[in-house]
Design a binder for this molecule. Structure first.
Ligand code: CO
Length: 387
C-alpha cells in the first residue's frame, strides 16, 4: 500500500467534435495516442447554448471499443442502429459497447433545443481486447439515481462502475474499469483505495484539488501512482472524475471512429460499413428499407433525409448491395487527431459513394445504348445527370 501521488500532468487541448462542439481533450493528441485501456477523453463544455443553437454529432459508426458518456449537466438525446432511443439527463451515464459495430448520433434533446440549455459532460472511449472487438453491440443507460452514492463532510462521491470509496457502481464493464465522480468543497477530503495494476486518472472538471502535495487544476488530467488516494478540495467546489482501468496490452490500430488491432482490420471495418453491416440510421430505417427494396439491381445509396437537421442527411450514407470493394484507403494519418481523422473517414465514404454512382451511371449508359427500348432516351438523361 502506497500513498497516491501525481506521476504526470496532461493539459487538455481544444478539439472540435461532431457538428462543431468544442471539447477539451487530454488525449488523443499528436503526442499521446491513448492511455491503455482508455482511447479518448473528451470534456464537453460547460457551455450554454441559445435556443436552436445546440450542437451534437450526426450519424456516425464505431467499432472495436465502448463509448461512455457521463453528463454532469444537460439534456441529451441519442439514437443508435440497435434501435435504442433515449435521453440522458444530469448525472446519467450512457455506456455503449460498440464492439462489432453500431451507428449512432447524439445531441441536445428537442426540448433543450427549443429553450436553449447547458451541456457539461465527459465522453470516454474504452478499448476492448481483440477477443471482444467483434462481439454483438450492447448498451446500458445508467440513471443518476442508480449510482452508488455517499455524502460525507463537505463532499459527495458517486460511483458509476467498479469499486471505489468502498462502493460498487452499477455499470457492467467488459474489462476491469472503475469510474467515480466526487464533488469536494474547499478543505474537505475524500479517500479511496485504487485497484492494483490499473492506469489511474484524476481530472477536475471544475475547480482544483490537491493529491499527494500536487495541485491539479480544472482541465488538467493527472496520471497517478500509488494505491491509497486522498483528494483535498482547493477551490470553493470541485467536480472531480476518478477513473481507473486495467491495461489491455495489445497493439492499437485506430482510424477515426474505428479502433482495432491491425490495419487490415481497419480496412475490414470500412468495407463492412460500406456494405451496410452496421445497420441504418434508425430515424429513417423504413425509408432506407423501402428504397432498397424498390431498387435491388445495383449500387444504391440509402440516404437518411431530414434526421433532425444535424447534417445526417449529408453524412450518413450507407451503400447497399454494392458488388465491388471500396477503393483503397488513403495512407493512415500519423496524427491521432480524432476530429481530423473522422473528417478523412467521411471523405473516403463520400468518394466511395461517388464511385458507386459513376458505376451506376455507366451501367445505365450501357443498357441505354444497347437497346432500342422506348425509354432509352430517359435512361440516357438519368445516366448523364449522375456524377
Ligand atoms: Co460516437
Amino acid at each position: 500500500m502506497t500513498t497516491a501521488t501525481v506521476h504526470r500532468l496532461i493539459r487538455a487541448q481544444q478539439a472540435v467534435e461532431g457538428d462543431g462542439f468544442v471539447v477539451r481533450r487530454p488525449f488523443p493528441t499528436p503526442t499521446l495516442s491513448h492511455l491503455d485501456p482508455f482511447l479518448l477523453f473528451d470534456h464537453m463544455g460547460p457551455v450554454e447554448f441559445e435556443p436552436g443553437k445546440g450542437v451534437g454529432t450526426p450519424w456516425h459508426p464505431h467499432r472495436g471499443f465502448e463509448t461512455v458518456t457521463y453528463l454532469l449537466d444537460g439534456d441529451m438525446e441519442h439514437r443508435d442502429s440497435m434501435g435504442n432511443h433515449g435521453s440522458l439527463r444530469s448525472g446519467d451515464t450512457q455506456w455503449m459497447t460498440a464492439a462489432s459495430g453500431v451507428l449512432h448520433k447524439e445531441g441536445p434533446s428537442a426540448a433543450a433545443q427549443a429553450t436553449g440549455g447547458r451541456v457539461h459532460g465527459l465522453q470516454l472511449w474504452v478499448n476492448l481486447p481483440a477477443a471482444m472487438k467483434m462481439d454483438a453491440p450492447a448498451y446500458q443507460d445508467l440513471r443518476a439515481e442508480a449510482n452508488a452514492r455517499r455524502e460525507q463532510d463537505g463532499a459527495v462521491v458517486r460511483v458509476i462502475a467498479g469499486r471505489l470509496f468502498d462502493l460498487d457502481g452499477p455499470g457492467a464493464t467488459r474489462t476491469p474499469i472503475t469510474y467515480a465522480h466526487a464533488t469536494i468543497d474547499q478543505g474537505a477530503e475524500v479517500h479511496t483505495a485504487l485497484p492494483e495494476g490499473h492506469v489511474r486518472l484524476l481530472y477536475p472538471m471544475t475547480g482544483a484539488v490537491r493529491v499527494g502535495g500536487t495541485q491539479v487544476d480544472e482541465g488538467i488530467l493527472a496520471v497517478l501512482d500509488g494505491d491509497e488516494l486522498t483528494v483535498e478540495g482547493v477551490a470553493a467546489t470541485s467536480e472531480v472524475i476518478l477513473l481507473t482501468g486495467a491495461p489491455i496490452g495489445e497493439p492499437v490500430a485506430r482510424y477515426g471512429p474505428f479502433v482495432m488491432n491491425t490495419e487490415q482490420e481497419l480496412r475490414d471495418a470500412f468495407r463492412d460499413f460500406d456494405r451496410g453491416a452496421f445497420g441504418v440510421p434508425q430515424d429513417c430505417a423504413g425509408r432506407a428499407r423501402n428504397r432498397r427494396q424498390r431498387a435491388p439491381w445495383g449500387p444504391l445509396s440509402t440516404r437518411c433525409k431530414g434526421a433532425s437537421g444535424t447534417g445526417a442527411s449529408r453524412r450518413a450514407r450507407i451503400v447497399g448491395g454494392q458488388s465491388s470493394l471500396p477503393p483503397p484507403l488513403p495512407p493512415l494519418p500519423l496524427s491521432s487527431d480524432v476530429a481530423g481523422a473522422e473528417a478523412s473517414v467521411l471523405e473516403v465514404l463520400s468518394s466511395s459513394l461517388s464511385s458507386s454512382l459513376s458505376s451506376l451511371s455507366s451501367m445505365l449508359l450501357e443498357v441505354a445504348s444497347s437497346s432500342s427500348l422506348p425509354w432509352s432516351s430517359t435512361l440516357f438523361s438519368v445516366a448523364s445527370s449522375l456524377p
